[in-house]
Design a protein around this ligand. Structure first.
Ligand code: DPP
Ligand code: ZN
Length: 886
């Protein structure tokens, strides 16, 4: 397979003004007739090579130009293209082809999911439907007719507005849709099925009524309300925050069970993984409710950031994704708890994106080459892309940023553009030179800030020096300094200190008396703070103002001061995590020496800090829950030079147990005070309360006491919502107590019996077992693979069982005998031919092989080699595996 390079980008030689599609959904095959109105692109000098269209896995029936059928000599056909060497300047091209959606297990193009037909065209799925210029800079007006059996497929949908419908021969019917907005093929969608829907209306800011419909299978009709509310909130928010109004008379969402990603922003017809749209308290956790709200908003926001203004080529993917994640993250923050949302996002970024950025698949936010674009729907494109937009928004401040996005949308409406164009609009409104800032788009790797300081008691001056470096990444041995905003303040013994930087006037946009943003542009800067009454503790990177790793030698007392006294919620939380990391690392040293960890004493400061948290009624419960939670094993691993899975797991567990012992009265009180009969609401306050209570339960369960096991079982049986139910199941599944065995078996069996007809709940049942830290988990996973609940080709099931075991269960996945690795290798090889995208995603844990001790490295390396030796390796898997082996 060959790499595609950004530097090879050329504008299209032909444009498609009009696209007319006719789908005949047969019992067996589907016949697609496409009529394209083509003309030469006046801005491009002809290369004389004619016209080459993309097309894959389509059986050609006929090709004609302006109504004249071509003979075999008039075109060339291969596995990926159809070439017309003698294409005229301007013409109508009709192709007829047969496709086989029933056997399309890749879930790209047109495919069958349970009883319905649906499509997924981003990034390059449209070429599996018909021959086309399947690239985002070719935008066309679409007319789509679908013909299908009326009984089996009463609902026929596509993009835009329904312009005609009626009956056809043999008990069939048809519908014709017209999308007046020009769009690239990746935004095309079609759905045919026996679906029910809920309906609502939204009146836009200019007073137009838009019909909103959410289509699902009949059994899911009771789970659409939250998505509808979220959609209306998102529509209003986008009007208020960005001045963006919806532009069609109808907006539709369809839920499908088999879906490679979360959801897809097809124009006017979003298609969603059921996991990202269905929600009701009995079946959906708090995290699930929040995910639905966030994803519904995300896809809706794409209507402007993605659809009206789209990407020139796939290297620009973050243009729409980074910006849209930023939009949905700020939306979710507005709807719920901003600190909670920020901490959640930063945790994910620092654990998973930082790992990606330090591994063989590291790539810039705007990559310059890829083999398979599906492999680039990454945390870097989405989450680091979000951070880059967030930095821009913060550098400009809210007013200028809004002016900048207004200009961007106005300038580029209906165009396919680049990240340069986005930044240019922000430069134009602010007068700022963002040339250096743009390195964030071009240079991969996580910058590292090393902070040192000096206190000059006599002068009352505090000297803060910040140096930046960035490690090499594939293809980029050397890095230029980044433009890094460091939001900060200084803490004294009684709270925030006034800031006065020598030689610098305060910036009224970002500074108050106690908060400022330092802008780093050089490899090293020193800032001198004057007129200080005492030696301060610096509060750095407030709100996580830049996606960097920051090193400063905080003492544990400094961390306690930040935890209790800083004005920034993020920094308080981060200090709690840093303190916990240090205490866990103390225990790791003891573990490595072979000491018994069962009754180990830990640094009392961690206990005291947590006691204060638990006793302070004035604190936001969300903050308490967050600060009380220990850093994950994955994040702890990220802090180590070499990841010692067992040491991390056992030391973290020992610290958790020691905290539970010391804080048992406080934790018990929180647990007992919770009213389990309270009606469920997914509000920020209630979510925080549940999360704190379940954190208390989790601590107390480490004590292996019979009354807690009983309480846990009771919580499961009494729960009126899935958050509490699954939290209890999770604790029982992980419990090492001998008394938990019987309860665990009963509860798991009861859970399955209760929910076996709800696929999304069954996913949770699989996940909770796959992530158990008990030592027989791999055997359980093998058994579950044979269980009727596990559908081997359904992405959600694969993620719930295989993905959860290999990504979220380090102690069992990294078993010394390599059995966990072999399991993953087998799954990747099995899925390679079934669904290459999903197979390639599963490789991720293996990409980190160099981070582990030698014995584990060798075992993982052997699995990568075994996969690479597969003769029919998909491009998707090949790219990840071959880059990992470099
Ligand atoms: N463009 C889609 C999304 O992120 C990818 N599935 O919303
Ligand atoms: Zn997106």
């Amino acid at each position: 397979p060959k790499a595609i390079q950004l530097k090879d980008y050329r504008p299209p030689e032909y444009l498609i003004d009009r696209t007319e599609l006719h789908f005949d959904l047969g019992a067996d095959k589907t016949r697609v007739t496409s009529t394209l109105t083509l003309r030469r692109n006046p801005d491009v000098t002809p290369t004389g090579k004619g016209l080459t269209l993309h097309g894959q896995e389509i059986e050609l029936v006929s090709v004609s130009i302006d109504g004249r059928t071509l003979s075999d000599n008039d075109y060339r056909l291969d596995d990926e293209t159809l070439t017309l060497p003698e294409a005229p300047e301007q013409f109508e091209l009709t192709t007829v082809g047969d496709i086989d959606p029933k056997n399309n297990t890749s879930l790209e193009g047109l495919y069958r999911s349970r009883t319905m037909y649906c499509t997924q065209c981003e990034a390059e799925g449209f070429r599996k439907i018909t021959w086309y210029l399947d690239r985002p800079d070719v935008m066309s007006e679409f007319f789509t007719t679908v013909v299908a059996d009326e009984k089996q497929f009463p609902v026929l949908l596509s993009n835009g507005n329904l312009i005609e419908q009626g009956s056809a021969d043999n008990g069939r019917h048809f519908a014709t849709w017209h999308d007046p907005h020009k769009k690239p093929a990746y935004l095309f969608a079609l759905v045919a099925g026996n679906l029910e829907h809920i309906e609502d209306t939204f009146t836009t800011m200019s007073g137009r009524d838009v019909t909103l419909k959410i289509f699902v299978e009949a059994k899911d009709l009771d789970k659409c309300g939250h998505a509808m509310t979220s959609l209306k909130n998102a529509m209003r928010w986008d009007e208020e925050q960005y001045g963006r109004e919806y532009d069609l008379d109808i907006f539709m969402i369809v839920a499908v069970d088999d879906f490679n990603m979360g959801a897809m922003e097809n124009k006017g017809l979003n298609i969603f993984n059921t996991a990202c749209v269905l929600a009701k308290p009995e079946t959906t956790t708090d995290a699930g409710f929040q995910r639905v709200e966030g994803v519904v908003a995300h896809e809706y926001f794409h209507n402007w950031s993605g659809n009206r203004v789209t990407c020139r080529d796939w290297f620009q993917l973050s243009l729409k994704e980074g910006f849209t994640v930023y939009r949905d993250a700020t939306f979710s923050a507005d709807m719920g708890s901003p600190t909670f949302k920020r901490v959640e996002d930063v945790s994910m970024l620092r654990t998973l994106q930082f790992a990606e950025d330090a591994g063989p698949m590291a790539h810039p936010v705007r990559p310059d080459s890829y083999i398979e674009i599906s492999n680039f729907y990454t945390l870097t494109i989405y989450e680091k892309g979000n951070e880059v937009v967030r930095m821009l928004a913060n550098l400009l401040g809210p007013e200028l940023f809004r002016k900048g996005t207004d200009l961007y949308f106005e300038r580029h409406d209906g165009q396919a553009v680049t990240t340069e164009d986005f930044v240019a609009a922000l430069e134009a409104v602010s007068g700022r030179d963002l040339t250096q800032f743009k390195r964030w788009y071009d240079q991969a790797g996580t910058p590292k800030l090393t902070v040192t300081d000096r206190w000059d008691e006599d002068a009352g001056e505090y000297h803060l020096t910040i140096a930046q470096t960035c490690p090499p990444t594939p293809g980029q041995p050397e890095k230029q300094p980044f433009h890094i905003p460091v939001a900060m303040g200084l803490l004294g013994s009684a709270g925030s200190l006034p800031l006065k930087i020598k030689g610098q006037a305060p910036n009224p946009e970002t500074d108050d008396n106690t908060h400022t943003v330092l802008e780093l542009t050089e490899a090293e800067h020193t800032f001198v703070f004057e007129q200080l009454p005492e030696k301060p503790v610096p509060s750095l990177l407030r709100g996580f103002s830049a996606p960097v790793k920051l090193y400063y030698g905080y003492s544990r007392d400094d961390l306690m001061r930040l935890m209790s006294g800083d004005s920034d919620g993020f920094c308080r939380w981060d200090a709690s995590q840093q303190l916990a990391i240090e205490v866990i690392e103390d225990v790791m040293v003891a573990y490595q020496k072979g000491e018994d960890l069962s009754g180990i004493t830990i640094d009392g400061r961690l206990i005291e800090a947590n006691r204060l948290l638990l006793q302070d009624d004035s604190l936001d419960k969300a903050m308490v829950a967050l600060m009380l939670s220990l850093p994950s094993e994955a994040y702890l691993g990220e802090q180590q030079d070499e990841i010692q899975v067992e040491a991390i797991h056992h030391s973290r567990a020992a610290v958790k147990r020691a905290l539970a012992e010391a804080l048992k009265p406080e934790l018990t009180q929180i647990y007992r005070a919770y009213d389990h009969g309270k009606p469920y609401r997914p509000t920020a306050d209630d979510i925080a309360e549940r999360s704190l209570k379940n954190a208390a339960l989790s601590y107390l369960m480490t004590l292996n006491e019979p009354e807690m096991i009983e309480a846990c079982e009771q919580q499961y049986r009494q729960a009126n919502n899935m958050t509490d139910a699954i939290a209890a199941v999770g604790e029982l599944v992980n419990s090492q107590a001998s008394g938990a065995e019987t309860v665990r078996e009963q509860v798991l069996a009861d859970f399955y019996q209760t929910w076996k007809d709800e696929p999304l709940v069954v996913d949770q049942w699989l996940r909770v077992q796959a992530t158990s830290s008990r030592s027989n988990t791999l055997d359980v996973v093998h058994e579950l693979e044979q269980h009727p609940a596990f559908e081997p080709n359904n992405p959600n099931k694969i993620r719930a069982l295989v993905g959860a075991f290999t990504n979220a269960n380090p102690i069992n996945f990294h078993r010394a005998d390599g059995a966990g690795y072999r399991f993953l290798g087998d799954q990747i090889l099995r899925l390679n031919s079934v669904n290459p995208q999903i197979a390639a995603r599963l490789v991720t844990p293996f990409t980190r092989w160099k981070r582990y001790p030698k014995a584990q490295q060798e075992l993982m390396h052997a699995e990568l080699e075994r996969i690479k030796a597969e003769p029919k390796l998909s491009k998707d898997v090949y790219e990840v595996v071959s880059k990992s082996l470099v």
